[in-house]
Design a binder for this molecule. Structure first.
Ligand SMILES: *[C@@H]1O[C@H](CO)[C@@H](O)[C@H](O)[C@H]1NC(C)=O
Ligand SMILES: *[C@@H]1O[C@H](CO)[C@@H](O)[C@H](O)[C@H]1NC(C)=O
Length: 798
């Protein structure tokens, strides 16, 4: 400012030519505002001013004041800004002169411009930015920009205010040179995590009335320091995983936060301690916990993992993850055989324990509850005794003969879903007990043997089977003692103990015994042995070993028997009947009669079947008295056997006639000479032989009787007698087989037990030439046989 400001007021010089006048006006008066009535103050009249052409002289500075001559007043020519006029200089005055002419006079006018509070304090910048670390200690000072207030004095800058005052307080410091400056002091530590940005308003105030102010914004960015560790969201995480879950299964996510910023807030996750190496993995960045191995509930049910969470600044926290392993049914029951009998006897009582089992299932709860069953259709049962212990027992009677061993399959399953099971097969042998008797293949046996067999011939074989085993099934055959016709059966047959082959001990004679039976016992080798027996019937078959025997006419050595035929006999007159029997049977005893030789073939014929001799023509006087017929009797066997009989027939009307004829030809000279000689000789020889034999036989008999009463005790003569039973009523004349003959047997008691059918008696003429023609009339055969010591018996004995 180029203004020379002089400030003085001299009221004394006011009336002098070089008078002086001062005014004081506030700045910023409106244009035309009255500064002062200069004319009056200087004691000048308006006319003087007019005449004097009063004017203002300011040199070459700006005129702020103008003179209104006609009114004699000074007015503001324009707005006056003290600040621009004087700045901070005080006092601030305008100095100028008022010049008058005619006479020239000049007056010094001083107009003091007083300050009004028209300027607020201002800051150069609207805002200021600071970056302050949150770790900055309290007491740290930050210099703030000063505010400027163009006003002076009381209107000048007076004070500052800072808001809010949470962290900072304002401190004004007066320097030695009188200047003031302002700073803010950290009073309370900063925390970026609470307030990353702090906005403060610094207000500068002046002392004017009204008070004016200016503000500045202070923006503080709190710089982060790694002052916060990461923090787990939960101190403990719980996760559960089923065992055998696949690798990669997500278990849980560990979450931690770090309120720090940037690297200080980046968290990494790590499993620090687990005791389960390789089973779990945590993603370092995300905290996702996954399974990397196989967890087995049966090995471990719970894992505790310590997860360390760290930020980049090296701070860390630890959280715990508890992983519960849940059970799945992954273990089948295991069957342990504690005790087993490999063999049990078949006579074990039901309920006998054969095996003890222990079942284990590593799974828990239902997955570990086990039930066991056996396969079907075996006589065993399984019973649970105490927990996990089972016994296999026999359920019913065992029979080795039905099954010699059993495969017992024990199947155990747990109650898991799905259920797991395992099984074991035990083989149990059933040992034999001799509980089966041998059984013959047939309930009875019948065998045929042809008579006249060679002794020792094997007839046939009996066989018995025994269902038992080994020694208990080894069958031996034993002939049971019995007697056949009073003779021990062992003299008829023998049985081979090992093979059951039945041998004939002797040669059989059908004519003596047609059949017999006995018992064979089969006995096994058990202890005690079991046995059974069977009836064996042996049928002896007939052979044609006996020729027919002629019973009638009786062929006696010496006597001559003749049939009488009266000359008056008609055609077909029954002369006689040849009666023959055959002790064989069947075809072997089927006899046929034929005429072999005859004196006159034209006179007689023989019935083929019945042996009847009949005339075939009328007898004439020319026919010889003496007729001789030779009849041959043949049986039907293969080969056939035969016997011949000579039948003498006398054709005569009277007995003397016959006698003379027969005597004649019995006393035939040449025939008789020879005969007499031979008869005498024969008689002597026979008598001798008879006596000798009698002695021998008696001695033998006595000897044998002494030896054994059993052996051949009842082997007494068997005398077959065959009554000449034929029937005329049967047209064929064939001998009926049934009535062919009946066996007549005499027993020890010598009593006859013969039975005879009634046979028609025949008129016979027996002539014994040596007994002087005595004739005997036989009423019936029975009369002969009733005689105990009949000649027939005697001859049989011999
Ligand atoms: C028992 O098992 C064996 C061998 O597996 C077999 O040979 C036999 O026939 C089975 N027995 C029964 C009675 O099933
Ligand atoms: C023969 O067997 C029968 C049953 O078949 C029996 O009654 C009888 O006693 C047995 N005889 C002998 C001698 O063992």
């Amino acid at each position: 400012m180029g203004w020379q400001v002089l400030l003085f007021i001299s009221l004394l010089s006011l009336r002098v030519v070089h008078g002086q006048v001062s005014y004081s006006i506030p700045e910023e008066m409106a244009k035309g505002a009255l500064v002062g009535n200069i004319a009056q103050d200087l004691g000048l009249s308006v006319e003087r001013l007019k005449s004097g052409k009063a004017r203002i002289y300011t040199g070459n500075t700006v005129e702020y004041i103008e003179l209104k001559t006609e009114r004699g007043v000074l007015l503001c020519k324009g707005r006056i800004d003290r600040e621009s006029l004087c700045g901070q200089t005080m006092p601030c005055a305008l100095h100028f002169q008022m010049i008058l002419e005619n006479p020239m006079e000049f007056y010094t006018v001083t107009v003091e411009i007083t300050d009004i509070n028209d300027n607020p304090p201002t800051f150069e910048k609207g805002e200021m930015k600071y970056e302050i670390s949150e770790l900055t200690p309290t007491g740290a000072r930050f210099v703030l920009e000063k505010a400027i207030d163009d006003d002076v004095g009381i209107n000048g800058l007076n004070s500052y205010a800072l808001k809010p005052t949470d962290n900072f307080v304002l401190k004004t410091i007066s320097r030695g040179d009188g200047t003031k400056h302002v700073e803010m002091v950290l009073q309370k530590p900063l925390d970026r995590e609470k307030h990353e940005y702090i906005s403060l308003i610094l207000t500068a105030l002046d002392g004017g009335e009204p008070q004016l102010s200016g503000t500045m914004q202070i923006i503080i960015t709190v710089l982060d320091v790694n002052d916060n560790p990461p923090v787990c969201s939960n101190p403990e995480y719980k996760a559960s995983v089923t065992e055998n879950a696949p690798v990669g299964t997500l278990l849980t996510t560990v979450k931690a936060t770090d309120i720090d910023k940037g690297n200080n807030g980046i968290i990494t996750y790590m499993i620090s301690k687990s005791g389960a190496a390789g089973l779990f993995k945590i993603d370092a960045n995300t905290g996702v916990l996954t399974l990397t191995g196989n967890v087995d509930y049966e090995k471990r049910k719970l894992y505790e993992l310590d997860v360390q969470v760290s930020d980049q600044g090296g701070l860390s926290d630890a959280c715990k993850v508890i992983v519960d392993v849940t059970d799945t049914n992954d273990n089948p029951p295991s069957i342990n055989i504690m005790s087993i009998s490999n063999t049990v006897s078949e006579n074990m009582k039901p309920g006998t324990v054969v095996t003890m089992l222990n079942i284990q299932d590593a799974d828990s709860s239902d997955n570990g509850k086990v039930m066991c069953v056996l396969n079907k259709n075996i006589p065993f049962a399984i019973k649970s005794t105490t927990n996990n212990f089972f016994t296999v027992i026999t359920d019913s009677e065992l029979d080795r003969e039905i099954s010699s061993h059993y495969n017992i399959t024990v199947t155990c399953s747990d109650e898991g879903v799905p259920s797991l099971s395992s099984s074991v097969t035990l083989t149990l042998q059933i040992s034999d007990v001799n509980d089966n008797a041998p059984v013959f293949e047939r309930s009875s046996y019948e065998a045929n043997i042809v008579e006249n067999n060679t002794p020792g011939l094997s007839i046939f074989t009996v066989r018995a089977r025994d269902a038992d085993w080994n020694q208990n099934a080894r069958v031996s055959y034993i002939l049971e003692d019995s007697s056949v016709n009073g003779v021990p059966v062992s003299s008829y047959v023998s049985v081979s103990a090992d093979s059951g082959v039945i041998h004939a001990v002797r040669s059989f004679d059908y004519e003596q015994i047609k059949d017999f039976h006995f018992r064979v016992k089969a006995q096994d080798g058990g202890s005690p042995p079991l046995s059974s027996n069977v009836t064996v019937k042996i049928l002896i078959q007939d052979q044609n070993d006996n020729p027919p025997q002629v019973l009638y006419p009786v062929q006696t050595g010496g006597s001559l028997v003749a049939e009488m035929v009266p000359r008056s006999a008609d055609v077909s007159y029954l002369v006689t009947k040849v009666v023959a029997v055959d002790v064989d049977s069947g075809q072997n005893a089927w006899l046929s009669y034929k005429l072999q030789k005859a004196t006159d073939r034209a006179l007689f014929e023989v019935g083929l079947q019945n042996g009847e001799i009949r005339t075939i023509r009328q007898v004439t006087d020319k026919d010889a008295v003496k007729q001789r017929l030779t009849v041959i009797v043949e049986d039907n066997g293969q080969p056939s056997r035969s016997a011949t009989v000579i039948v003498n027939v006398a054709v005569a009307d009277s007995f003397p006639e016959v006698l003379s004829e027969f005597t004649d030809f019995t006393h035939d000279k040449e025939y008789n000479d020879n005969l007499t000689f031979y008869l005498v000789l024969a008689l002597a020889v026979v008598s001798f032989l008879f006596i000798t034999c009698l002695v021998v036989i008696i001695s033998v008999k006595i000897y044998r009787w002494r030896q054994s009463r059993i052996m051949f005790h009842s082997n007494l003569p068997v005398i077959p007698y065959y009554p000449p039973r034929y029937s005329d009523t049967l047209g064929t004349g064939t001998l009926q087989h049934v009535y062919n003959y009946e066996v007549c047997r005499t027993t020890d008691s010598r009593k006859s037990d013969c039975k005879f059918g009634t046979a028609g008696s025949q008129n016979v003429l027996i002539m014994d030439p040596s007994a002087t023609g005595t004739m005997q009339r036989i009423q019936s055969e029975k009369s002969i046989l009733d005689e105990p010591d009949s000649p027939l018996e005697v001859s049989s004995l011999v």
